[in-house]
Write a protein that binds this ligand. Sequence first.
Ligand SMILES: [Zn+2]
Length: 385
Amino acid sequence: MTSAQARHWRSASDALALLRREPDVTRTRLGKHLGLASGPTSDLVKRLARARLVAQRRAPSGGPGRPTTTVRAHPAGPVALVVDLRHGDWRIGVCDLTGVVEVVAGGGHDGADPEALLTGLRARIADLAAPLGDRVVGIGVAVPGPVADDRLRMTALGRRDVPVDRIAPPGLPAVVGNDATAAAVAEARLHTPRPRTLLHVVVEVGIGGALLVDGVPAPSARGLHGEFGHLPFGDPDVECPCGARGCWSAGFEAGAVARRADRTVTGDPRAWLRDFHADRGSASRARADLAADLGRGIAGLVNALDPDLVTLGGLAASVRDASAESFERAVRAGLMAVHRESPPVVVAARSDEDAPLIGIGLSVFDRVLDADLLARWSTGVTDGA
Ligand SMILES: [Zn+2]
């Protein structure tokens, strides 16, 4: 590769990285980010379009002046097949290199037979991948539990060690990630100005989340970061399914919430929790306690991690809003004085239930696109304009 080609390739790689971190990137924004004038930016976008990586779309600017040109994924460009495996159900989507996801399949499961579930999903993925041919660059799977070395490491699917990466067809790389971490990756794209450090805390069946730096999860040795729910902010006498005692998560599980509120869990625990937290008409004492427990933990995380912004995903905003006063009081009491002077903003997450699909799709492109781009699309990208 000549030095000019190497420069073209580096610009292309940087451009695609920006398209993963920001939605609706305009050509002007891209040029500014890369430090390129309008002519070279236009040439670069043309090369990326010729390589079937991006397409341009002219859109009204929404104000006075010329229409803007946004840079999008090419309709025949690379995609990741992405799976969101949840308690009780699963969904499969097709994710382009800018994080636009189309959900194409879904179904339920009872978690009793992970082998059968994975075998079934593997067949569905193979069927969905076949017509897409070599456009599929990888498989992303978001799972509801701790992930180490691309394996799900907890009891969420009835076993302690589930090789989820096996659902990828032969020859395609699989990226397995925790669902809350994946959701955080999608969430980080939705805030302006973009937070340098984002703490995303998700309450679902337990608590998870991630610390993101410049839009990507902070690195960790095996991928086990973000297991905030297993910090010992809970009752030290209670053993958590993870094997530790005193986990913060334990108090937010359906059974524990039901005991606090003097209720009984009926049906799917995730659906039951969703209904419980949406209804604010009763059990006000239990709701105030949960909001305070959430606030206390978030204060601890802020003390430890010092984020620019805190976002509440899943049911976390409902838990806070059920007793905002208890939440605020607990946050304030738990913050170090230095944080109390100017606490980080805590807001409800803006991403929706597609966030784990988007985030795991972007993680697939983070892992494979550069190498793939070089190997498969480099001719069009690195040729002269
Ligand atoms: Zn635990």
